[in-house]
Ligand binder design. Structure first.
Ligand code: NAD
Length: 352
């Protein structure tokens, strides 16, 4: 059970330290942790955001636990040296095509959402986004001159095999949850997504226990704010998933709480919080480590198949929220404000 730990920039090292303490406390006897450089810190130390030594670590690991990368210091660099290039490099090298982003709103945090508490309280949805195909990667692409003016063009493209492999990930995720899968497309206008829908219907035969439904992406965007609790698992392509997963995360109002996973076909994965490196609060010991700790739960569940340990970590997080502990981002009057390390201590105590 090799885990490559990449703390990264900004609040990354602070939140990853707490997640690593949680992982170590579980006493998994085959666990091996190795730490590497990624992002801006890697640029400073080696001149590149994704150094060879880190490539070797990520290739050999079963799972990668990442904090976050980036910050104003590196925004001026050439595109290929930007910290985000490190993340794109890992995704590409490891073929991480399935992005899993839960949007969970714990009842104790219902007031953090901009939506009415009754609409979002208890929300628990999982968005499965295809990550390596679609219009973001399709060829040809570019800007050319035509009839005396510039014309921009991109290509939306999905092969049957690409749709099938993300479909299987989504159906299997639904099997582990409430067995409802909504596939999101735009089949009334786009042929690529007509194929998407056809393939989803075909592979549904392999999962008779999962109820498959379909929704057009414009309606899905509306339903997410109107009645988000109707969804269990949603699956969609790269571009629609980019937009819908950010929309869903904002329903919760607490970006410091949301984990994510990016998986390959063998459940090797990179696990990271959905938020960035928060340079505005870095180094102050006030960042919320719970998204990273919940990323550890996803790592245990999806790469190592340790459902029981994953639930232990998730229940420990629920317990500290019920006990009233809050970092600044989710603080409300009447609760106990704590820093990053104290929040880690509270989770460890709840686990014990
Ligand atoms: P951000 O998510 O870092 O921060 C947005 C706001 O949320 C800030 O006010 C921040 O303080 C707060 N916040 C985020 N995480 C928090 C936490 N755990 N606890 C408490 N508050 C938290 O987004 P941004 O400000 O747009 O980006 C900052 C940097 O992060 C940029 O350089 C950006 O490129 C990078 N970024 C990295 C990733 C990644 O590593 N995957 C993702 C998004 C942005």
């Amino acid at each position: 059970m090799k885990v490559c730990v990449l703390p990264g920039d900004g609040i990354g090292p602070e939140i990853v330290a707490e997640a690593v303490r949680v992982l170590k406390s579980l006493d998994l006897n085959k666990l091996e942790l190795e730490e590497g450089l990624i992002g801006g810190g890697a640029v400073d130390a080696t001149g590149t955001p994704y150094p060879e030594a880190t490539k070797k670590l990520t290739a050999e690991a079963d799972a990668i636990l990442l904090g976050a990368v980036g910050g104003p210091k590196w925004d001026v660099l050439a595109r290929e040296l930007r910290p985000e290039r490190g993340l794109l490099g890992i995704r590409k090298d490891l073929g991480l095509f399935a992005n899993l982003r839960p949007a969970i709103l714990y009842p104790e945090l219902a007031n953090a959402s901009t939506l009415k508490p009754e609409v979002v309280s208890g929300l628990d949805i999982l968005i499965v986004r295809e990550l390596t195909g679609d219009i973001y990667f399709g060829q040809p692409r570019g800007i050319r001159e035509e009839n005396g003016e510039r014309v921009g063009f991109n290509t939306m493209v999905y092969s049957e095999s690409e749709i099938r492999r993300i479909g299987h990930v989504a159906f299997q995720a639904a099997q582990k949850r409430n067995k409802k899968l909504c596939s999101v497309d735009k089949m009334n206008v786009l042929e690529t997504t007509q194929l998407w829908r056809d393939v989803m219907i075909e592979i549904a035969h392999d999962y008779p226990d999962v109820e498959l439904s379909h929704m057009l992406v414009d309606n899905a965007a509306m339903q997410l704010v109107k009645a988000p609790k109707q969804f269990d698992v949603m699956v969609t392509g790269n571009m629609f998933g980019d937009i819908l997963s950010d929309e869903a995360s904002m329903l919760t109002g607490s970006i410091g709480m949301l984990p994510s996973a990016s998986l390959d076909a063998n459940n090797k994965g990179m696990y990271e919080p959905s938020h960035g490196s928060a340079p505005d609060i870095a180094g102050q010991g006030v960042a919320n480590p719970l998204a990273t700790i919940l990323s550890v739960a996803m790592l245990l569940r999806y790469t190592f198949g340790l459902e029981e340990q994953a639930l232990r970590v998730e229940n420990a997080v629920k317990k500290v929220l019920a006990q009233g502990y809050r970092t600044g981002d989710i603080y409300e009057r009447g609760t106990t404000k704590v820093g990053t390390k104290e929040m880690g201590d509270a989770v460890l105590a709840a686990l014990a």
